[in-house]
Design a protein around this ligand. Sequence first.
Ligand SMILES: [Zn+2]
Length: 115
Amino acid sequence: MHEISLVQNLLEQLRDLAHQNNAQRILRVKMVIGPLSGVVIDSFTFGFDILTKQEQLFDQATLEISIPKVVFRCVRCGHEMETDGQRPSGCLACSEPILMPEGGDDLILQQVELE
Ligand SMILES: [Zn+2]
């Protein structure tokens, strides 16, 4: 599962962060995961739950994930449509089928609470 290695990378980043700040525990982790990032949120959460239980640094850590909207912009007229990640079948203004997503593929560690 691709998400497990993403979680492993995240935990690696958090260990460094805890070390730099002399923290004993990670309490809260906020992530932004775009709907076009290819990350399956359930698998990511599952991986986080499993992997964090094995280590004292993380045993109280909670994970919060926010999923941003994606804006699709029409290549012909520039009309913008905001969705939860699904691609509209065409431009609402001019029916152009080619729409370009703006963002939506983020995988960002937004905030961490340490103790
Ligand atoms: Zn258009």
